[in-house]
Design a protein around this ligand. Sequence first.
Ligand SMILES: C[S@@+](CC[C@H](N)C(=O)[O-])C[C@H]1O[C@@H](n2cnc3c(N)ncnc32)[C@H](O)[C@@H]1O
Length: 282
Amino acid sequence: MIWSLQAAPDLTDQQFSQWCKLLEQRAGICLSDQQRIFLQTQVAMRMRELGQDDYSQYYNRLVDGVSGMMEWTVLIDRLVVKETSFFRHKPSFDYARNYLQNKVNNSELKESFDIWSVGCSTGEEPYSLAMIMNDIYGLARIDPYYGITATDISRAALAIARAGVYPQRKVELVDKAVRQRYFEPRENNRFTVKPELKERICFNQGNVLNIKDLPTINLDLIFCQNVLIYFRKWLRHEIMNAFAERLKPGGIIICGLGEVVDWTHPNIDRLSVDEVQAYVRK
Ligand SMILES: C[S@@+](CC[C@H](N)C(=O)[O-])C[C@H]1O[C@@H](n2cnc3c(N)ncnc32)[C@H](O)[C@@H]1O
């Protein structure tokens, strides 16, 4: 029987643990035993595309120098969870909106307002933040600089994000007035995000484990939802510490509920808000 018609061979326990270690070392992501079939299927599908049928040979190819790193960028895209939507977890976005509105009301927006969307996937999160910024600046008739850096480990997700074209089923979940303001209809029931939002966002490939190499400093808002939940507790804490160092005084971190547990930092206070997990730099 030819390989393309065969079921994927089972990973041995040793192979499963070797693949899990690689994924954790390179992306921070920790797989459970229940995700074994998922891992096996994704790796086997990629091997099939390459005409390979041996997990160990493919593993060796992945850890071999520059060509291995290039192959890794293809595989990692298949192994991450990229689920996202516009204004996902609305209370977090409402909190960001109120935070910015208060700054405008109190004339505290002197220089730029800088945002980092960490693990931005296909772009819905940073575009939602840009919509909020645009709304508030537009209503206040002010035009100070704001910019959003949006990073993700998956190059394929970033390509979709940069294009900013989304199917109707995603866009119709957005409030109608917002939808009409910020999307333009295209052919085949697709919608594109307006250029005024696109030009505010800089999409970059970036692994949050290499946070020291990322050009994200002096931030007003770090938005990180549904990314650290796949990491071990000690790693989540290390990354939150690094986030804390990248905030301006008074800047905030908004993360997903339960994204990090029991985290404290000498320069950070936890904000007491219902349904939102947020922190402010003293
Ligand atoms: C579930 S999505 C969350 C998207 C968005 N933040 C949201 O809440 O809707 C998780 C994203 O984190 C990215 N990711 C996972 N590990 C990462 C890492 N080590 N560095 C950067 N991004 C990572 C994945 O590629 C994926 O796009």
